[in-house]
Design a protein around this ligand. Structure first.
Ligand SMILES: N[C@@H](CCC(=O)N[C@@H](CS)C(=O)NCC(=O)O)C(=O)O
Length: 206
């Protein structure tokens, strides 16, 4: 089987979550870092929607980050991010991820680029984001991670977006009333796996 190719963009939260799962599963892949302003023709030929990440494995094209995570975890889930959970827990994890992808991300983009959305002040967009942070904070008051005391798919799929949120106004985040979310994010950002996923040189890539 030829080595699977992952079209990726280093800072993209969707690509980060996909790389977290693929790297953790120890599957050998070639990472193709993409310029979003000049996407490679080979990528657009297999996925015309033009978003990263895109995984090409044999004749299969997977162009949704969550599907890439599930593909990797299905092959190898050494730390039990997914397989070890009950169906009810899996569905709860998916619900948290869907809320991130379908609601929070939209408000996050407006918060980050508030100058492009002058109909409201930046604080308005941040307060919209906070609705989701409350949900995370409540879960994280009960356990170290979103699904309990071990890392799960939910943590890995969501934290790259909370990272992005935290960086919009780091000072605000460092003082915000979500201490458990802050603690959770700090712990995930400190993982050696995250350092590997974010490495700028190919030495960090598998
Ligand atoms: N639903 C997709 C969303 C991926 C996505 O929107 N990625 C952004 C980068 S963070 C992108 O490629 N945008 C296209 C562009 O900027 O041209 C997924 O989960 O993979």
């Amino acid at each position: 089987m030829p080595t699977p190719v992952l079209y990726s963009f280093r800072r993209c939260p969707y690509a980060i979550r996909a790389r977290m799962a693929v790297f953790n599963s120890d599957i050998q892949i070639d990472i193709h870092e993409v310029s979003l302003k000049n996407k490679p023709r080979a990528m657009l030929e297999v996925s015309s929607k033009g978003t990263v990440p895109v995984l090409v494995v044999d004749d299969q094209v997977i162009d949704e980050s969550l599907d890439i995570m599930l593909w990797a975890l299905n092959i190898n889930d050494p730390d039990g991010w997914y397989a070890d959970y009950s169906e009810a827990e899996k569905s709860h994890a998916m619900q948290l991820i869907t809320q991130n992808d379908e609601e929070f991300k939209g408000w996050l983009d407006k918060y980050k680029y508030a100058d492009r959305h002058p109909e409201f002040e930046q604080n308005y967009y941040r307060e919209k984001c906070e609705n989701y942070l409350w949900i995370l904070e409540t879960a994280l008051q009960k356990g170290t991670y979103l699904m309990g005391d071990t890392v799960s798919l939910a943590d890995m799929a969501i934290f790259p977006f909370i990272r992005q949120f935290s960086m919009v106004d780091q000072q605000w985040f460092d003082n915000c009333p979500f201490p458990n979310t802050r603690r959770w994010l700090t712990s995930l950002l400190g993982l050696p796996l995250f350092a590997r996923v974010m490495a700028k040189t190919s030495a960090g890539l598998k």
